[in-house]
Design a protein around this ligand. Structure first.
Ligand SMILES: Cc1cc2nc3c(=O)[nH]c(=O)nc-3n(C[C@H](O)[C@H](O)[C@H](O)COP(=O)(O)OP(=O)(O)OC[C@H]3O[C@@H](n4cnc5c(N)ncnc54)[C@H](O)[C@@H]3O)c2cc1C
Length: 586
C-alpha cells in the first residue's frame, strides 16, 4: 500500500477543514498538510449555507449580548467558556474573511450589513445576499491556494483512523478514482467531516452528510457528545427538503397557519406586531426548536394546510416586494420557483420542518482537542460545545471559522512540541487490517442485505422515533431496530464490484457511519429523561437541571449498544433560567 507522510492530516475540506489548513500553514510553512476530502472542496456542504454568520460588529451590540443569546438559545447546555471564546473571536474572523476577499453585503453607507436572525436579540448576522456559505467557502478555498504546504487529496474517502501507542497517527483512505487504498502517516489528525443529517429521510443536508467524521472518532474510542440534540429547521420546501433560510423571516417574512393566523403568538413568541420589515417582536424570529415545536402542535390541532407532501405552514414574503426579494433573497426566489413552482413575490410558499443540523458530535475541548492524543476536531462534526441543546441560526458558520482555526493552531502546536515518531511497522499493520476489512466487505458474496433497503429502514426509524417530539417507547423501539440493522449490515452485498469510482462501496461505508451515529442519537435520547431545547420528550416534559444539566457522552461498542455517560456543563457566568422569547428584537 502506498504511504503518504505528512505532519497534519485534515479530514474534510469544507469551511472548518479549509480554515484549519490555513491556520496550520500560517503558523509554520514547514509543516506538511494533507487536506483530504471525499468531494471537491467547493462541493462541501458549507457551500449551501444561505443566511450568514453571526459576529458582533455594530456599536449598539455587545459580546455579552451574543453570549447571552447563545447560552439561552442552547437551553444552558452550552459550555460557557467555549461560547465566550466564540463570541470574542467571531468579529476578528469575519473581518479576516473580508480581507481575504469575502464580498459581504453592505449598508448604503458602505459599512458591513447585518440582518436579524432567530433567537438573537440584536442584528449581528453578516451575510453575502443569501449565498453566504458559497462566498465563505470560495474565499477560504482561494486563500488556501496561497500555501504550497497544503497538498490536496480530493475524492479520497477516509475509512479508518490509525491509532497506535495511545495516540492518533494517521488514517487510511480510498482513492476513489482508482479504488486503491492509501495509508497516511500523520503526526496529528484533524477531523472536519461535517454533519450527519442524512440519517433522516427529510433533510436540508447534502447527500455527503453521512456522519463519517463522527463515526471515525467514535470507533476509535472518542465519545460522541450530546447526540440526542438534532435540529429541525422550520422552513424547508415540502417536496425536496431544500432549505429556505431563516433570513426569509429575518427580512420580514411571516409564518401563517391554514386560517391565515400568525400562530407563533400562541406559543410564547408573541404578541403579534404589524407586518413590517424587519420584524420587531420575536414572533417569526423565535429560536428554531420553539418554532418547529409550534408547528407540531398546530398540526395536532388540525391547523396546518394539507398538501400532497404532508401538512404545511405558509411562509409569506409578498409584502417585502420584488425589489427586496431580488436583492436580499435571490436564491430563495430561484429555489421556490424552480422546485415548487411558487414565486414568493406573488404567493405564500408552503413549508414544513426539516432535519437541518447536529448539535452533538465528537467530544472536543475549547482547544478543539479530543481526549485521544493527536486527534483534533472542528466544525459540525465536533461538539465543543457552543450550541448546547439548540443552535442559533448563523452561529455555525462562525463556529467553523473560529474553531477550524483553533484546531489548526492546536494541531500545529502539538506537532511542533515534538510528537514522538511512530512505529512504521505497527502503523502499516493497522492500515493493512483496515484494508482487509474493506476488502472483505467488497468481495462478499451471498449476502442477503442491500444498502438501499437498510438505509430506508434506518431513516424511517429515525423519523418515526427520534423526531421533533420523542417518547421512551418510541426511542426504545429505535434502539432495538438500529441494533438489528447494525447486525444485518454485516450481510450487505455490493452489486458493483469494480474499482473505479465505486459509489456502491462508498454508500455502503457511509451507511455504516450513519448507523453508528443513529444508534448514538437514539441511545442518548432514551437516556435523557427530560425536555431541553431540540430534545422534547412527551413522557418527561420538563427541563430537569438537577439530573440533566450535563453533557451526554456515548461510547462505541462494536456489537452492543453504546454506553452513555455524563459530564457537567461548564458554567461561568450565566445560571440556568427561563427562555423567554416574548421580548423585542432590535
Ligand atoms: C442548506 C444549509 C444552509 C445552512 N445555512 C447556514 C447559515 O446560513 N448559517 C450558519 O451558521 N450555518 C448554516 N448551515 C450550517 C452550516 O452550513 C454547516 O454546519 C457548516 O457549513 C459545516 O461545515 P463543516 O466544515 O463542518 O462541514 P462541511 O462543509 O459539510 O464539510 C465536510 C467535509 O468533510 C469531507 N468528508 C466527510 N466525510 C469524509 C470522508 N469519509 N473522507 C473524506 N472526506 C470526508 C467532505 O468531503 C467535506 O469536504 C446551513 C446548513 C445547510 C445544510
Amino acid at each position: 500500500m502506498e504511504t503518504i507522510q505528512t505532519d497534519v492530516a485534515i479530514i474534510g475540506a469544507g469551511g472548518a477543514g479549509l480554515r484549519a489548513a490555513i491556520a496550520v500553514g500560517e503558523t509554520d510553512p514547514k509543516l506538511r498538510i494533507a487536506l483530504i476530502s471525499k468531494v471537491y472542496p467547493m462541493r462541501s456542504h458549507t457551500c449551501a449555507a444561505e443566511g450568514g454568520a453571526a459576529g458582533v460588529i455594530k456599536p449598539d451590540d455587545s459580546l455579552e449580548n451574543h453570549f447571552n443569546d447563545t447560552v439561552g438559545g442552547g437551553d444552558w447546555l452550552c459550555d460557557q467558556d467555549a461560547v465566550d471564546y466564540l463570541v470574542q473571536e467571531a468579529p476578528r474572523e469575519l473581518i479576516q474573511l473580508e480581507h481575504w476577499g469575502c464580498p459581504w453585503s453592505r449598508e448604503p453607507n458602505g459599512s458591513v450589513a447585518v440582518r436579524p436572525f432567530g433567537g438573537m436579540i440584536k442584528q449581528r448576522t453578516w451575510f453575502a445576499a443569501d449565498k453566504s456559505g458559497f462566498h465563505i467557502l470560495h474565499t477560504l478555498f482561494q486563500t488556501s491556494l496561497k500555501f504550497p504546504s497544503i497538498q490536496r487529496f480530493d475524492e479520497y474517502y477516509v475509512t479508518d483512523l490509525i491509532v497506535d501507542d495511545g495516540r492518533c497517527q494517521g488514517l487510511t483512505a480510498i482513492e476513489m478514482r482508482s479504488g486503491q487504498m492509501r495509508q497516511f502517516q500523520a503526526r496529528a489528525v484533524i477531523i472536519a467531516g461535517g454533519g450527519a443529517g442524512r440519517m433522516f429521510p427529510f433533510t436540508t443536508n447534502g447527500a455527503i452528510k453521512t456522519g463519517d467524521g463522527m463515526a471515525l472518532a467514535y470507533r476509535a474510542g472518542v465519545a460522541l457528545k450530546d447526540m440526542e440534540f438534532v435540529q429541525y429547521h422550520p422552513t424547508g420546501l415540502p417536496n425536496t427538503g431544500t432549505l429556505l433560510t431563516e433570513a426569509c423571516r429575518g427580512e420580514g417574512g411571516i409564518l401563517l397557519n391554514k386560517n391565515g393566523r400568525r400562530f407563533l403568538q400562541d406559543y410564547g413568541m408573541g404578541p403579534e406586531t404589524p407586518v413590517g420589515k424587519p420584524q420587531l417582536k420575536t414572533m417569526e424570529l423565535g429560536p428554531r426548536d420553539r418554532v418547529s415545536q409550534a408547528f407540531w402542535h398546530e398540526q395536532k390541532k388540525g391547523n396546518m394546510l394539507p398538501t400532497q407532501w404532508g401538512d404545511c405552514m405558509l411562509l409569506d414574503m409578498r409584502h417585502l416586494g420584488e425589489k427586496a426579494i431580488n436583492e436580499r433573497l435571490p436564491l430563495v426566489r430561484d429555489v421556490t420557483t424552480s422546485y415548487l413552482g411558487v414565486d414568493p413575490v406573488t404567493d405564500p410558499v408552503p413549508v414544513r420542518p426539516v432535519v437541518h443540523y447536529m448539535m452533538g458530535g465528537i467530544d472536543t475541548n475549547i482547544r478543539a482537542a479530543t481526549p485521544l492524543a493527536g486527534l483534533f476536531a472542528a466544525g459540525e462534526c465536533a461538539c465543543v460545545s457552543i450550541n448546547g441543546a439548540n443552535r442559533l441560526g448563523s452561529n455555525s458558520l462562525t463556529e467553523i471559522l473560529v474553531f477550524g482555526r483553533r484546531a489548526g493552531l492546536s494541531a500545529a502546536e502539538y506537532v511542533r512540541s515534538g510528537a514522538r515518531p511512530g512505529n512504521d511497522a505497527a502503523l502499516a499493520a493497522k492500515a493493512t487490517a483496515a484494508q482487509a476489512r474493506i476488502r472483505a466487505r467488497f468481495e462478499k458474496t451471498g449476502g442477503k442485505e442491500s444498502v438501499a433497503a437498510l438505509r430506508k429502514e434506518m431513516m424511517t426509524t429515525m423519523e418515526r422515533n427520534a423526531g421533533i417530539y420523542r417518547s421512551g417507547d418510541g426511542l426504545s423501539e429505535a434502539c432495538v431496530k438500529l441494533g438489528e440493522l447494525r447486525h444485518r449490515y454485516a450481510e450487505v452485498e455490493l452489486t458493483d464490484k469494480t474499482n473505479v469510482y465505486n459509489t456502491d462501496l462508498l454508500q455502503a461505508l457511509e451507511l455504516g457511519s450513519m448507523l453508528d451515529c443513529a444508534e448514538a442519537v437514539a441511545a442518548s435520547a432514551l437516556a435523557r429523561k427530560e425536555s431541553r431545547g431540540a430534545h422534547q420528550r412527551l413522557d418527561f416534559v420538563e427541563r430537569d437541571d438537577k439530573s440533566f444539566l450535563r453533557h451526554s457522552l456515548a461510547y462505541y461498542h462494536p456489537t452492543d449498544p453504546p454506553r452513555v455517560e455524563y459530564r457537567d456543563v461548564v458554567i461561568t457566568k450565566s445560571q440556568p433560567g427561563v427562555r423567554d422569547y416574548s421580548g423585542d428584537h432590535q
